[in-house]
Write a protein that binds this ligand. Sequence first.
Ligand SMILES: *[C@@H]1O[C@H](CO)[C@@H](O)[C@H](O)[C@H]1NC(C)=O
Ligand SMILES: *[C@@H]1O[C@H](CO)[C@@H](O)[C@H](O)[C@H]1NC(C)=O
Length: 354
Amino acid sequence: MRSWLFCMALVEGLALLGLALQSQEGSFFLKALNLKARPRPRPPSNTTHSVPPLLWKIFQRKNREKEAKDDGGCWLEEFNAPGNIVRLFADQGGSVHLQEPPLCLQKRLYFNLSALEVGETVTAARLEIRFRQNRYRAASTSFDLRLFRVTRAWLKGMSGHPHSRRALLSQSFLHVHKSFAFDVTLVAGEWQTPSQNLGLVLEIAAQDCSGLDSFLEASLFVVSLSSDQDRCRSPRKKRSAYYVPPAAGANVCKPRRLYIGFGDVGWENWIIAPQGYQANYCLGECPFPLTEELNGTNHAILQTIVHSLDPQGTPQPCCVPVRLSPISILYYDNDDNVVLRHYEDMVVDECGCR
Ligand SMILES: *[C@@H]1O[C@H](CO)[C@@H](O)[C@H](O)[C@H]1NC(C)=O
Ligand SMILES: *[C@@H]1O[C@H](CO)[C@@H](O)[C@H](O)[C@H]1NC(C)=O
């Protein structure tokens, strides 16, 4: 009897999910999203334009090809790396110093990676340096873009000191592009220890500084794997797809439609997308004899037999999710960083008797 009651409690629990989310701000759901509290970002709800196009692209692709691939759905081809979280950090390194040739621009770059949790592994980091517009410069006048890693605390006027920084890269360009991207995975990985993170110095040198004053901003994409993402690391075997005719009877165990709207629970100001999603739930009977499409365990098959002999003494097996799939959520965290995160087990695809 007790497990039957438990089945019912589960069903009622799901029916009350919306209410529960409203009443306690869904603290258990926040926990499932690995958040300690509901983020309260500063930007108003409709500032979706501040989400960079690259994140939108990944978000849309992820939720389109929902069916996880061999990698568990965690491969991000845009970064050529595995990851279930992509964060965008804004530069907090202060103002730009525009100067005269040969050093046209100097700027300190600092990204506060404290939002990364203990146990997260940085798998890729891309620094993006953006200018207001593309600009073609006279063919003979290239410029050098240099990045240094600051290795020692910085005092005023010490920026040029050869021992306080280490060259990371230096590249020549002919024209100003709207965006330049550099792989800084190794450096960002070490920045997880805050004392190691003294930032970078960006310098642009040229004989002719024209067009270089249109520097706009720098930002850092960080791709990481959270510690609970073992599925990304050990690819799961793909099930062979086969057609199973739907079990007869409306009351038999099967997935039921349940749409969870984030707006209904007051989360629309920090979840950027999706607005909600088809979460579904499992409901129905697990009658004797348990057919194959009810995905029962051997134990459940025996339990239905015993139940048919003694309905009072032994309950039917429970109708529960046996296959779930992930979705990606795009949101603002408390520091106004834009985060794209891949969450496992968010959607019920198949149910079974257990
Ligand atoms: C980084 O951000 C955290 C959380 O917002 C803050 O507590 C910390 O002081 C910041 N560190 C620096 C160096 O700005
Ligand atoms: C059992 O699994 C099959 C395929 O694995 C699926 O087609 C079917 O819908 C599942 N049964 C239920 C009740 O979800």
